[in-house]
Design a protein. Sequence first.
Length: 270
Amino acid sequence: MSVTPTPAELLEIAVAVAGEAAELAALRRSEGVVVADTKSSAVDVVTHTDREVETYVRGRLAELRPGDGFFGEEGEPDDSTTGLTWVVDPIDGTVNFLYGIPQWAVSIAVVEGGPDPLTWRTLAAAVVNPTSGEAFTASVGGGAWLDGRRLEVNAPASLESSLLATGFSYDAARRVEHAEALVRVVGRVRDLRRLGAASLDLCAVAAGRVDAYVERGLKPWDHAAGALVAAEAGAVVRGELGQAPSESLTFVAAPAIAQDLAALVVEAGI
């Protein structure tokens, strides 16, 4: 009879595999990047490295956790026989990766349940930025950490003194709508940041580098790991109508401003 691993044990696996994948991705970036295909639009690119890294991660997890499910950005999902599923973004921030902007990451989370963010429970997560060498980690009930330092969200005095991060859709029409909504927001906060990798944006909330992050249209692998890191650092993490984060909405904020920001999101039509 198999023994169910603890979140801490699962975290060890996530950290190890994410670190290996980050080394592979960094090596390939140093050798040059080739676009392999586009997905939802002409600007939604996938590189050969995205596919290679995901294949590597899938293989390593199959060795270490046979029977677990796999849900990645680039391939078809594998069903779980253990009740656990690994949710993987091999390169989050592919456009940054393509252009050599040092804001991209390997994101790995393990969840209890299948590939549905509205029903799963995230147990452990690792987000590794190969360029900076930073590794953000979290396990449920175990806190959020950055290279051995425990993370805690900021406590901004007001919404007006808060730094807000967001992202834009690959769909041009949706980008225009979002930009118009942000015009109604920018005068109500300290400033806006758009850094280009959702997993790292979520971890930035955890680390106090920004005070909140709001975006619609994120895929499950975009937020699975980072959302747990933010939650374990004390952030308010939710989706539409109080549900879990999903493609409809990913809302992450320091508790001190969460209520006011939620009202502003509705008012501005983000």
